[in-house]
Design a protein around this ligand. Structure first.
Ligand code: ATP
Ligand code: MG
Length: 796
């Protein structure tokens, strides 16, 4: 009976699901079934089954309850053979009786009480018997798993030790690696039958030294040699030559497909069929052919593994080698990555699980850690360009025209001069990213430092691939997709690995880095608690922090509205201007935003400026520039924004030799001053007045207006003309405020050490009607949307 269930017939003989082995023929099968391993596993399974049936799961007792207390209590239902307790927490126990009837009797009793506390007694969970089951019980319940980890961490003596414990707890153990190797071997055997000379290459976290118990098995099906095989077979067929002694392609799936012309989706469809039909234990096979990299997903029942098979994914195999190399170069990388991955998972910032919005994937997060280590002083890891220069000729590697050269052995790389410990480096990671200007910077591991966003703003300007310098044929490619977080792949230089991240996740990442940074300053982080309280990493792994009510109240009081710099929504001509402005792009963008904000107040919301108090520092700067430098002509009739545009352009610094050194120094000094003004423009101030409640009832007015016009409906803040008409209608139809509302707005641009944005601060200077709070509440969402709309159409 058992035999039938465990043994499966396959195309190449048999497969034993219990021992997870392939058996070629019937005589070997008989030997196998009588063999030690199979018999041992059969006995073990029977024993486990009996244990499950004989035992009950007990919880609800006091933490100081002993095994003897429980044994004595449950003896009333029959002889108790064992009590297994969750010793660390004293939360649950498994009580094992000698006979299944005893367990049934205990379960049949409605109420249990021990030392005055009600006990919960439940049937013991039935688990399918699996060969590689060690450690899985914990991973099923993340909370129990984390509680246990935290308990262990509290016992450590330093944060360094805690970080090493995190690695120890999560890393893939040898037996798990073996199970993965076995599956790769099995797949290799099966796929070779269908795709002669193919290769199954594992990549990703199973082999990049950052794998954890539950990580998926990423596989690359390399069909290059199969293509050669197929071409050869075809040409010998055409010339009528005798088929080689190995007629592997005959009757194989290869006769149905031409690999030189088939699309990835077609090949993957075949891969899916092979997985479904020919690989024992594989189930839940699913093809995702529309993903950026089409993939077949599958699971393996007995091994409890999830896997992905891709084709055309050589770059991922190479970047996996790169991560392995980095691990080998400095041993501090692994504990940092494991700790930061766990922190990010707990805070719902990264990982493969669904969270509040898109999350960073583990690859992108690991790159962020490496980039940070490249930027330590002195650096812990070299840049990818430096690594390239350390490689020898044989190690040169170009994939899809991208230069992926680096040394194959870590010992080639000189050891880092940085001697900081793990505790300090972890703290440094949070400090580094809490101050990071994500929206205006591009993380480049290739260069080992950030690149200004302006280098990437002109999308028609193509990125030169690094292989261009050395290769005979120059190769060019498009620029990366700019998003709230920009992390360039170290090899595929037009690919933003954090391109899926939205504004919200980026903000959450920064906020959590700030929180972690604050915590790392405290003694609780750095010193073990003498009172047995949680300390060090334990508090870092607490659930995510919310933007709590207190901070909301604070922003209400401060009355601030932010307009973030979003490169991806700016129109092409404006991006080109910003690109030309180089370091001064913030000044230019600030002028654009100020102009848009001015338009919102003046034209859309029909506020009136108070002339005498309206000053714009930008104007003043530009006037000054006009007076100081002849080459900076600023026409007084131009708008503020036009003037800034003019000065914002990068000018060639070459000076005419004849002018002599003194002139050139003066000109250069003036230019530097202007560039500095553009980099750090001074704040702008306005005072506005309003006579109507232009914020009240807008939605209804807009609905009525749109009903009578054939314009397509736009969301609130999506169209200047509609919003202006809404205001006009309110001004004409609604009652005026009894007293004039007057308010001041101060605008400034920030960035560099924090995210680039324009901050607008509001102060009501005359508000006898007490309406400004309502107006501000409306402006908080209306103003950024409207300004974005105006910026978006500004240059068209
Ligand atoms: P885990 O599976 O534990 O989340 P992982 O590193 O295996 O971690 P996957 O998302 O499974 O992450 O990706 C597998 C591998 O594919 C990565 O290790 C990396 O080599 C490559 N990869 C993943 N995402 C990207 C990406 N956005 N750009 C380039 N390569 C990527
Ligand atoms: Mg993976």
């Amino acid at each position: 009976m058992e035999l039938d269930k465990d043994i499966q017939t396959t195309q190449r003989g048999f497969h034993c699901n219990l021992c997870i082995v392939n058996i070629p023929n019937r005589p070997s099968l008989e030997d196998h079934v009588k063999g030690k391993k199979h018999q041992h596993l059969l006995r073990l399974r029977a024993q486990r089954k009996a244990q499950e049936e004989n035992s009950v799961f007990v919880s609800g007792f006091k933490p100081d309850t002993s095994q003897t207390d429980l044994k004595e209590y449950f003896a009333q239902f029959g002889p108790v053979s064992d009590v297994i307790m969750d010793k660390q927490k004293g939360v649950y126990a498994i009580v094992e009786f000698s006979e299944p009837q005893n367990a049934e009797a205990a379960l049949a009793q409605l109420q249990h009480q021990l030392n005055g506390l009600k006990l919960r007694v439940k049937p013991r969970e039935r688990k399918e018997f699996k060969l590689a089951s060690r450690g899985k019980q914990d991973s099923k319940n993340p909370q129990i798993c984390l509680d246990k980890l935290n308990y262990e961490l509290c016992k450590a003596t330093s944060v360094n030790e805690q970080m090493l414990k995190v690695v120890e707890r999560f890393e893939l153990k040898d037996n798990e690696k073996k199970v993965r190797d076995l599956l790769v071997q099995l797949l290799q055997e099966v796929f070779t039958e269908f795709f002669p000379d193919c290769q199954i290459v594992p990549f990703g976290s199973s082999v990049n030294t950052f794998g954890i118990h539950s990580c998926d098995l990423d596989l690359f099906l390399d069909l290059e040699n199969t293509k050669v095989f197929q071409a050869r077979a075809k040409s010998s067929e055409a010339t009528g030559e005798n088929q080689s002694e190995d007629c592997r392609s005959e009757d194989s799936i290869l006769s149905d497909i031409d690999l030189s012309t088939a699309t990835p989706a077609e090949v993957l469809e075949l891969v899916a069929v092979i997985l479904r039909k020919c690989v024992p234990g594989v189930h839940k096979v699913q093809t995702l052919s529309t993903a950026r990299l089409p993939v077949v997903k599958f699971s393996h029942r007995e091994l409890n593994l999830h896997g992905d098979i891709t084709i055309n994914n050589r770059l991922a195999v190479r970047n996996t080698r790169f991560l392995q190399l980095c691990s080998g170069i400095d041993s501090r990388l692994r504990p940092l990555v494991y700790t930061i991955r766990l922190w990010a998972k707990q805070k719902q910032l990264a990982g493969n699980l669904s969270g509040p919005g898109p999350l960073l994937n583990n690859y992108a997060l690991t790159l962020l850690v490496i980039f940070y280590l490249q930027n330590r002083d002195p650096p812990v890891l070299p840049s990818v360009n430096q690594l390239k220069n350390m490689a020898c000729e044989e190690e040169k590697c170009i994939i899809e025209e991208w230069d992926c050269t680096f040394p194959s052995q870590p010992f080639i790389v000189p050891p880092s001069k940085n001697t900081e410990d793990l505790c300090t480096l972890l703290f440094g990671f949070f400090t580094f990213y809490s101050k990071f200007d994500f929206s205006a910077s591009v993380v480049s591991l290739r260069d080992g430092h950030v690149l200004p966003i302006t280098d990437f703003l002109q999308s028609d300007e193509e990125v030169v691939k690094p292989s261009e310098a050395s290769g005979p044929k120059p190769q060019r490619s498009s620029a990366p997709k700019l998003r709230p977080m920009n992390v360039l792949d170290p090899f595929e230089l037009n690919h933003n690995v954090a391109g899926n991240i939205n504004e919200r996740t980026q903000k959450n990442f920064k906020r959590e880095c700030c929180e972690a940074e604050k915590y790392c300053r405290s003694l609780q982080y750095q010193q073990k608690s003498t009172k047995g309280k949680s300390w060090g990493l334990v508090r870092l792994f607490a659930p995510p922090t919310e933007a709590g009510p207190r901070s909301q109240v604070d922003t209400e009081k401060i009355m601030e509205v932010s307009i973030p710099f979003k490169a991806d929504v700016l129109p092409e001509p404006l991006r080109a201007q910003l690109a030309l402005a180089g370091q001064g792009f913030r000044g230019l963008w600030f002028a654009k935003v100020c102009s848009a904000v001015h338009m919102v107040f003046h034209e859309v919301l029909k506020c009136s400026p108070l002339e005498e108090t309206q000053t714009t520092a930008v104007c003043q700067n530009l006037d000054k520039a006009d007076r100081d430098g002849n080459e900076m002509e600023v026409n007084n009739n131009q708008s503020v924004e036009d003037s800034v545009l003019k000065t914002g352009k990068k000018r060639p610094l070459a000076v005419d030799e004849d002018e002599g050194p003194s002139t050139s120094t003066v000109v250069q000094a003036k230019r530097q001053k202007l560039d500095a003004d553009m980099e750090h423009p001074e704040p702008v101030h306005w005072t506005w007045t309003q006579r109507n409640c232009v914020w009240a009832g807008r939605r209804k007015v807009r609905r009525d207006l749109l009903k009578t016009s054939d314009e397509t409906s736009k969301p609130e803040g999506g169209c200047v003309d509609i919003e202006s008409r809404v205001t006009q209608s309110i001004v004409e139809k609604e009652e005026k405020l009894q007293d004039l509302l007057e308010f001041k707005v101060d605008a400034e641009v920030v960035g560099g050490n924090e995210s680039t944005k324009v901050v607008l601060r509001f102060h009501p200077s005359h508000d006898t009607a007490g309406v400004f709070q309502d107006f501000f509440h409306f402006l908080k969402s209306f103003l950024p949307k409207m300004a974005e709309t105006i910026l978006g159409r500004a240059e068209s």
